[in-house]
Design a protein around this ligand. Sequence first.
Ligand SMILES: [Zn+2]
Length: 474
Amino acid sequence: MLWIASLCLLLAASVLGAPVNKERQKVLLISFDGFRWDYDRDVDTPNLDRMAKEGVKALYVTPPYLTITSPTHFTLLTGRYIENHGVIHNMWFDTTTTEKRPYYQTQFVNEWWDNGTLPIWITAQRQGLKAGSLHFPGTASSYQGEVAMVREVEPPFYNYKNETAWKENTDKVMHWFRDEDLDFISMYFGEPDGTGHRYGPDSPERRRMVEQVDRTLGYIRQSAERHGLVDSLNIIVTADHGMSTVYRNGLVEEITLRKIPGFSFSDLSFHLVDFGPSGMLLPKPGKLEKVYNALKGAHPHLYVFKKEEMPERLHFTKNDRILPIILWADPGYVINGYFPVQFNKGEHGFDNEDMDMKPFFRAVGPAFHKNLEVGPFETVNIYPLMCHILGIRPEVNDGHLNATKHMLVTSATTQAADESTFDMTFTGLAAVAGFLVVVFIVMTSHIILKNKRKIKRSGSSEHLPEEKTKQTTF
Ligand SMILES: [Zn+2]
């Protein structure tokens, strides 16, 4: 009987200790600010094309509303719509003091970012992975007292265009992956947004900047290869929003709030306008209807909504930071306060349904299919995709793995591997249990039969308990 016990133990051990593919896959999330989905159509982009051939290309992706930098980047990191993650604007503001801080300074206002939603760095670290970030919006802040363990925040007055710095940053990130064994890094480039704003999305300057982005993507993949990361590293490249040409030179009637009959800034206690095509207003007590009625329908290209009337598809209502009146303009227009102070030739911040607001998407690496073009999806879905590849449990989010899982070579993902390991273990244990039951039945019937014979022979039942004891110690 001992040999049966040994056999069972051996079988159990071999199943439980079966070699498991524990090699984790890494993820590099790259954002090229303001890279519109169709920027590769009028520029020669050999590296973007190669990424599509060797990985996955989405026709375009849909950012959340409001289509501006910090809010949409925080959606990439959290998978939450902006009303849910709370980073509702590039600018921190205080309606009581009327203080506002510009984009760069807002990076350092901790409570603006840390308001309940955890970015992927923290979640990954809490589950035993190592995460880092270079220049990605939100990197400077801590979340529930934790920060990305390796991080670099861009210095003030940073030159976003310097291609040499782009290469140095790339090598730095690859070094973090290889030598510090990081599992996840987010990396941010401030172009082609700056060039798109300054010269417009249809300018030769923008096309040249897209060539620079393309060269850099080639460099990023070369650097991954040099650092021996090709087999483990998945590279996801996307952006926060697109870019749209602003009508200038008196071609159109501009939207200037001060000129609108019945509207007065003295009815407001706080406002955020002069920042592109979107705006928010806080009317003084009792003035909401007056302000709303004056603005509604005042300009054919200006949309005016009470917060609670915002179209649900925009997911830009349910947050205390969102002000009671929300304004946005049609593509081509910006919203001016007292007089025009914005002279950009390109802008974003428009409705996320507008094709000009859609970013690009490429993904390449061991988790992804090759030469696959997929349809559009919302950028809230990138977060659960990254969590899946990393094999971590996502926080509550607004995305779904279903939106992107067709891009994945399922067997290549760590989580899938973990799941199949779990299945294997479960099946193995069930097999051992079944085997033990069979052995138990066979042994029991064998002993009973033997005892019956003994009883028959001796006419006594004295031996029965002894045999039973033996049997139970088996
Ligand atoms: Zn911008």
